[in-house]
Design a protein around this ligand. Structure first.
Ligand code: NAG
Ligand code: NAG
Ligand code: NAG
Ligand code: NAG
Ligand code: NAG
Ligand code: NAG
Ligand code: NAG
Ligand code: NAG
Ligand code: NAG
Length: 524
């Protein structure tokens, strides 16, 4: 192991190059976001949110450090926000596009996001973040390519495909057509669904895993790959079989779909000059294929942000704070809510970030009463915010008290995924951590009745959303915000609000100053 990683040490020195880019491009996009009734991705008619008439939405094809400007025209009949899953928005949570950071774009209005994909590479996606809209579409792929001067730890592929897997429609991929024999392709796979984990595989082909949400992994050859909700991977596939067409299949991992083939996502990998119509063949796949745990080491190839010592070796970092977060559900005031340590998030009318800026959060949220290591003995709905110690290392343990697969995501940072386990987490669970070469990613899966542990280096001041990626759980309260505060007012530090800041609630344009007086409490 030591040799494996040691030999890649040279790549660390390239990381410094990220910051000194002079080549960053500006990418300007105009998005018309609408409901289209005419596209029926499943067999039933349902409205689909399209971007510029497309479903899935258009690819954002960026390169490290590019500045992206997305002018979103909200032509649906509901308030809208987009978030950029896995894009870290360095020093700039103002562009994160979640309910705690931005007022929504009202129907008929437009708003321009402006953000930099700083120091990042990888496969990501965007989606509408509020009001359950993700279940109606509106998502699309977001690539951050390497700058040309940065070495990539694999030969340049012949082509790239973005594959989005969703859980309510069956033909979710683009067809990968005209693949040339013996050439290697990069597939960027994201699970954009709301609740279902998929096992992804390609008939007769092996895949080589190379990237998870922004960091290169040590390369593993796989027959299949589990992709949990909101996770992304890049894999290399070599067209090394006889010229033909092959099935690309995504099967739900925790359901028996043998009698329900329509629940499987199916696409076709078609070799150039192949005239085989794969759909006329019967292709058998087992619905039992299932990866128990994908626990991969990464080496410090110039991709994700390493720790401040310049490597992914976190065995000598000092943990500043520990969060032990139990996700569960509870009946609160006669309705089902999802909870974290028996707190179900209540979304205030004014985003936390604006509340912070205009009146120091007063009256909108309660700082530091969130029970970060214990479970409240009664379930409540409330707006609690946890402090994340700036430049500290946080250890976050996600414990899943429910019997369904979950996945968790923190905006603004990468997770160093150090451990998984069954049952309860205890202090002695730390002995099983992989601190040596943990993979770095932004969304970690948490197995039913088990736990996952991550480290995060909180070097990015802002108001950051920590959430279950299961849409229903998130929507019904399974989230919290972590406020990483840097008191240094240096303007090169955390960005001020953008000029085009949307105001709402008690700081809306038309409100009077007296409306800014603190209102009582943060409990709903
Ligand atoms: C979807 O809606 C957009 C915006 O109204 C429109 O431009 C586009 O043509 C529509 N596409 C389809 C396939 O109906
Ligand atoms: C994406 O951008 C890269 C780098 O500029 C370019 O090589 C590639 O052709 C682009 N891909 C697409 C699909 O636009
Ligand atoms: C709305 O779109 C117009 C026209 O493209 C643009 O000039 C304006 O800046 C946009 N408004 C916001 C708030 O981004
Ligand atoms: C990782 O850090 C630990 C503790 O400092 C050290 O013992 C170990 O050699 C390091 N591993 C590598 C590969 O640098
Ligand atoms: C961790 O804390 C110990 C004891 O305070 C200190 O000696 C060590 O330098 C710290 N390590 C890092 C990486 O900050
Ligand atoms: C802002 O709120 C924080 C935490 O509630 C408090 O410690 C601080 O003193 C407040 N600052 C001002 C200027 O009121
Ligand atoms: C969480 O709250 C519920 C209902 O309010 C309560 O019954 C339960 O005991 C609490 N959980 C823990 C671990 O205290
Ligand atoms: C239930 O609703 C009432 C009335 O809105 C509110 O006062 C109370 O705090 C709520 N209870 C919880 C546990 O949130
Ligand atoms: C503010 O007030 C003006 C005049 O009453 C009204 O036209 C406008 O729509 C209001 N704007 C908002 C954001 O409420």
């Amino acid at each position: 192991m030591g040799d494996r990683c040691g030999s890649f040490l040279i790549f660390c020195s390239f990381i410094a190059l990220f910051g000194s880019s002079t080549e960053a491009a500006d990418i300007f996009l105009e998005w018309d976001v609408a409901f289209n009734w005419t596209i029926a991705p499943a067999n039933t008619d349902q409205p689909v949110i399209t971007v510029n008439g497309m479903f899935p939405g258009p690819l954002i094809n960026a390169t490290t450090n590019d500045n992206i400007f997305v002018n979103v025209f909200n032509n649906i009949d509901e308030p809208l926000l987009f978030t950029w899953n896995g894009i870290q928005q360095r020093l700039n949570s103002w562009q994160d596009g979640v309910s705690g950071t931005n007022c929504p774009i009202q129907p008929g209005n437009n708003w321009t996001y402006a953000f930099q994909v700083k120091d990042q590479i990888g496969s990501f996606f965007y989606f509408p973040s509020i009001n359950f809209l993700k279940s109606a579409g509106g998502y699309g792929p977001l690539r951050v390519n390497n700058r040309i001067v940065i070495p990539v730890p694999f030969a340049r592929p012949e082509g790239e495909f973005d594959l989005l897997i969703g859980d309510w429609y069956s033909y979710s991929y683009k067809e990968a057509r005209g693949v040339v024999s013996r050439k290697t392709y990069l597939l960027r796979i994201s699970n954009v669904g709301t609740s279902v984990s998929f096992n992804f595989r390609i008939q007769n082909h092996k895949m080589v895993l190379v990237e998870t949400e922004g960091s290169y992994t040590s390369q593993m050859e796989l027959d299949s790959l589990d992709v949990h909700v909101s996770q992304s991977y890049s894999v290399l596939v070599t067209a090394d079989q006889q010229t033909s067409s092959y099935y690309v299949v995504a099967t739900p991992t925790q359901m028996d779909t043998s009698g329900l083939p329509s629940l499987n996502g199916v696409a076709v990998l078609k070799y150039m000059s192949s005239d085989v119509d794969v759909r006329s063949r019967v292709f058998y796949w087992s619905s039992e294929v299932h990866q128990e745990k994908l626990f991969i080491g990464t080496c410090f190839l110039g991709a994700a942000r390493p720790n401040p010592q310049g490597s992914f070796n976190v065995s000598n970092v000092n943990i500043t704070q520990t969060f032990i977060l139990h996700s569960s559900n509870a009946i609160i005031n006669d309705s089902l809510r999802f909870t974290v340590n028996n707190v179900s998030y209540f979304t205030p009318e004014i985003p936390l970030k604006l509340a912070d800026f205009f009146f120091n959060g007063s009256g909108v949220y309660i700082l530091d009463e969130f029970p970060v290591e214990t479970i409240r003995d009664n379930a409540v709905k409330g707006t609690f915010v946890a402090t994340g110690v700036h430049k500290g290392w946080a250890e976050i343990v996600f414990r899943n008290d429910l019997d369904v697969m979950d996945s968790w995501h923190l905006d603004g940072f990468g997770f160093f995924v150090v451990g998984f386990g069954d049952g309860e987490w205890s202090h002695s669970s730390r002995e099983s951590y992989n601190l040596f070469d943990p993979v770095v990613r932004s969304t970690v899966q948490v197995y039913p009745g088990g736990w996952a542990a991550v480290y995060a280096f909180l070097d990015n001041p802002g108001m950051w959303n920590l959430r279950s990626q299961r849409l229903q759980n998130w929507y019904l309260g399974q989230e919290l915000y972590v406020r990483v505060f840097d008191p240094n007012p240096d303007p090169t530090k955390e960005r001020p609000p953008p000029q085009n800041l949307i105001r709402c609630g008690i700081v809306s344009i038309n409100s009077t100053v007296s409306a800014l007086a603190p209102s009582p409490g943060g409990l709903a």
